[in-house]
Write a protein that binds this ligand. Structure first.
Ligand code: UDP
Ligand code: MG
Length: 315
């Protein structure tokens, strides 16, 4: 019988673990799906890991690991994929904002031969206007860059074992899970779901962490900004040429002098372009530097008894 692994990244979710585990177990038992739950506590500082241990002690189908510190949601997703033994793996948030009721549908689509089932949001849950605007811009850019419509995509998806293995074999450490499954291809279908309200706790994302997330993901997925720097350079050179001609003409006709305004503006504009360009290059350098160091994506400090040590390797 086919096994379904469910990967649940959890960061400071002590109130959600027991409830989520119970909800999922009840559903999967009722649907007669053979399953395992993998909770990855992303360096939680509350009792999340203790909760996971408690649930795991009662139910051997629940596994869990604790990271040595907060490594981010991407890292927890990949740790979960690494630990998953299933023939199909579902990644979902552990705050039940991704409704479990969609799981049977995903499972039957997988049984029908689909290798990737993308969860598509029909609404965006409760978010601030600013958040909505930024998310809109970010997904517009990302969709353009990877040439696929990513709007409304999420981390809620089912992946076939083949796809999981492909993702685990990627050598890069800076990943963007949501886009990687589009990039990987495979026989894909999507199911729609409605984002639920969070019952316990609050969202773990601040405005700045979201900005960082957006910049990291764009730079790890596309080199277009680097090429834009060149374009900016060319544009400002053309602009300078035109100005140089004008200045020379003025000089030769003896109407020079004035124009401190021009000088100051030029310095500001060119200085701005240069700093912007250096910043963009710096971002890529940082990406390259991180990849070259080859450090693991995450470090596991504790794991429940049913996780074998070697499974937790990698990352
Ligand atoms: N999460 C994580 N590491 C982090 C931040 C979040 O593993 O550094 C998990 C979190 O526990 C939750 C999921 O990622 O299961 C989504 O986070 P959250 O609910 O805070 O985000 P939102 O639903 O508001 O987008
Ligand atoms: Mg959430």
């Amino acid at each position: 019988m086919a096994l379904l692994s469910i990967v649940l990244p959890s960061y400071n979710e002590e109130q959600n673990i027991a409830n989520t585990a119970q909800t999922l177990s009840a559903l999967l038992r009722q649907e007669q799906i053979d399953y395992e739950l993998i909770f990855v506590s992303d360096g939680s500082r509350d009792n999340t890991y203790r909760e996971i241990q408690k649930v795991s002690a009662q139910d051997p189908r629940v596994k869990g690991v604790q990271f040595s510190r907060n490594f981010g949601k991407e890292a927890s997703i990949f740790a979960g994929l690494q630990l998953a033994a299933g023939d199909a793996v579902i990644v979902m948030d552990c705050d039940l904002q991704h409704p479990p009721s969609v799981i049977p549908k995903m499972w039957s689509l997988w049984n029908a031969g689909y290798e990737v089932v993308e969860g598509i949001k029909t609404n965006r849950g409760r978010e601030s206007l600013l958040h909505k605007c930024f998310a809109g811009v970010f997904y517009r850019i990302m969709s353009g860059l990877i040439k696929m419509d990513m709007n409304a995509s999420s981390d809620y998806k089912l992946l076939d074992r083949k796809v999981v293995d492909v993702l685990l074999e990627l050598p890069e450490k800076n990943t963007f899970f949501r886009a990687l499954t589009f990039w990987a291809g495979f026989k894909t279908v999507s199911v729609e779901y409605e984002v639920q309200e969070r019952v316990y706790g609050e969202s773990k994302w601040s405005f700045f962490s979201l900005m960082r997330y957006a910049i990291t993901n764009v730079t790890s997925f596309s080199t277009l900004p680097l090429q834009l720097v060149t374009v900016l350079g060319v544009v400002s050179i053309l602009f300078s040429l035109a100005l140089a001609v004008q200045t020379l003409v003025k000089y030769l006709t003896g109407t020079a002098v004035e124009g401190f305004t021009t000088v100051i503006l030029l310095i500001l504009i060119i200085g701005g372009f240069i700093m912007l360009s250096l910043g963009v290059i710096g971002h890529y350098l940082a990406r390259i530097y991180e990849e070259v160091k080859g450090r693991p994506r995450y470090i596991i400090s504790q794991m429940t008894d049913n996780v074998r040590g070697k499974e937790a390797q990698g990352g």
